[in-house]
Design a protein around this ligand. Structure first.
Ligand SMILES: Cc1cc2nc3c(=O)[nH]c(=O)nc-3n(C[C@H](O)[C@H](O)[C@H](O)COP(=O)(O)OP(=O)(O)OC[C@H]3O[C@@H](n4cnc5c(N)ncnc54)[C@H](O)[C@@H]3O)c2cc1C
Length: 480
């Protein structure tokens, strides 16, 4: 373990995808991490999220876990929305120009394996029931099979889902409302699957979405607003078939499901992501309908944004102010995602036939324009995300670095980012300050400005012709 790291460490509450990624990042940097999970031992059997987007795959690549996830999924290059409108993501500027359709439990399994390799054991059947913080740390009250006890940590992160206990214990509001009351999920085989790999349509009250998994099963998400039932009611296959026939013209020969579930969907965002030494990430901070497939992706990127900041502060490389940038950067992303998903859902719920026809035509013609198609592709894939830069900063600051081609080995940025830490991409004569600070260095294969890349793949600082002193200052200022 790195001796310079604050030994009180971090308690992460909730071992969903957000908590799994965050805890592993912290452990990889040598931060003592405790991952608490209310469930019994074993991975969640929930097959909720099914789409992993390009920006998330880039974050996985930077952790050397993209390949095992891609192996388990089915890449899909276009998405049919509302009748004939098609979003094509195959030209997006990323090594992963597709939507990866893969059940959430597979994504969790890949994240879990990384955590296991790093030696972190999840403490199952352990629930956080109390929180108290002072200037020095946080006291967490946990209840497990042997009773109730207190634990101390430098920081706590609530990755405990949309019903977050951490959020309630902090008294942080979660304003919003229910948008769909009775969503049905079914994983089944289809004897006549749709031609477009992902098909979705609606007649206003009824909605259906069909996407293929790699193993021959399909995921169906559907609802009928006129026949909303309690979440405890089983999913009726006859109802699912009827919704498919009425929205997509066929039930695709749907067979018996291997899994089905019913749930309701809210649109909500926590008013704050940080209260002192306690943070909220993932569904604990934002939740919305499955439209756009953004929830898990956004949570994973929250975790990637927060982990390196906690590491920098715990190592004494940066002051507490760096931690404020987590909410400053990720709250607007969460707000945009909730809004975008809501817009898509409301477009799906247009009821009147003439309005629906107008919507379908408008979408068809809008998406026929490459610029609009690209914009929607950027929105879905997360490639649109950038963060505010200080006044007067180089125009690249705050933007996604992308998989910069590097001279030598490693030959690309996402490989250089593996293992955590910043990367300075600069001519060799400017590497000295970075080497002194323990920052990784690389030479760009294509020239371009000098860039200091954050561990989450965003550009912390850039300059066209900096001096060695400029580079040294930038490294200190970034907390690298
Ligand atoms: C139908 C559907 C389809 C979806 N499709 C997509 C998609 O395609 N793409 C996408 O990105 N997202 C999708 N999502 C959203 C995605 O499933 C969630 O955003 C994701 O699971 C959130 O992950 P999380 O780790 O933040 O929270 P969760 O997965 O909810 O994990 C929270 C964990 O915290 C534990 N916990 C709770 N309270 C406590 C406590 N007090 N103490 C200890 N542990 C606690 C819980 O047991 C749980 O394991 C979909 C959701 C649904 C419902």
């Amino acid at each position: 373990m790195n001796k310079d790291i604050d030994s009180r460490g971090v308690v992460v509450v909730g071992a969903g995808p957000t908590g799994l990624l965050l805890a592993a990042d912290l452990a990889e940097a040598g931060v003592p991490v405790t991952l608490l999970e209310r469930r019994h031992e074993g991975l969640s059997n929930l097959s909720r999220a099914l789409v992993v987007h390009a920006t998330t795959l880039e974050a996985f690549d930077a952790r050397d876990i993209a390949a095992p996830l891609i192996e388990r999924g089915a890449p899909v290059k276009s998405l049919r929305l509302f009748d004939t409108a098609v979003v094509d993501v195959s030209e997006l500027p990323t090594p992963y120009p597709y939507l990866l359709v893969v059940p959430q439990y597979e994504t969790e399994a890949v994240l879990y394996r990384r955590l296991e390799r790093l030696g972190v054991r999840i403490r199952y059947e352990t629930e956080v029931v109390g929180l108290r913080q002072d200037t020095d740390g946080v006291t967490v009250t946990v209840r497990d099979t042997s009773g109730t006890r207190e634990e101390r940590a430098a920081y706590v992160v609530g990755t405990d889902g949309s019903h977050s206990s951490v959020r309630s214990l902090l008294g942080v509001e979660f304003p919003g409302h229910t948008v769909v009351a009775s969503v049905m999920l079914v994983d089944a085989r289809l004897s006549q699957p749709p031609e477009a790999r992902i098909a979705t349509n609606t007649d206003g009250d009824k909605f259906a979405f069909v996407a293929p998994f790699k193993d021959g099963f399909h995921r169906i998400i559907c609802w009928d607003r006129k026949h909303a039932k309690a979440e405890t009611e089983p999913v009726e296959l006859s109802e699912v078939r009827e919704i498919l026939r009425e929205t997509l013209g066929t039930d695709f020969g749907m067979g018996e499901p291997r899994w089905s579930s019913r749930f309701h969907s809210d649109e909500r965002q926590a008013e704050r992501y940080r209260v002192g030494r306690v943070f909220l990430s993932g569904d604990a901070a934002h939740t919305h309908s499955p439209a756009g497939g953004q929830g898990m992706n956004t949570g994973l990127l929250d975790a990637a944004n927060l982990s390196w900041k906690l590491i920098a502060v715990l190592r004494g490389r940066a002051g507490e102010a760096l931690l404020d940038s987590y909410e400053a950067e990720r709250y607007p992303v969460g707000a945009a995602v909730v809004k975008g998903s809501g817009r898509l859902l409301r477009a799906a719920q247009v009821k009147m036939t003439p309005a629906r026809k107008a919507r379908n035509l408008a979408m068809h013609f809008a998406l026929a324009r490459p610029a609009v198609n690209r914009r929607l592709g950027y929105a879905l894939s997360g490639l649109w995300i950038s963060y505010a830069a200080p006044h007067g900063a180089h125009p690249l600051t705050g933007h996604r670095a992308g998989d910069v081609a590097l001279a030598g080995t490693p030959s690309r940025l996402f490989e250089a980012l593996r293992g955590g830490g910043f990367v300075l991409v600069a001519p060799a004569e400017l590497h000295e300050a970075a080497a002194k600070a323990g920052v990784k260095t690389a030479v760009s294969a294509d020239g371009g400005p000098v860039r200091l890349i954050r561990p989450d793949g965003y550009i912390a600082w850039a300059a066209d012709a900096p001096t060695a002193e400029d580079v040294a200052e930038a490294i200190t200022a970034a907390g690298a």
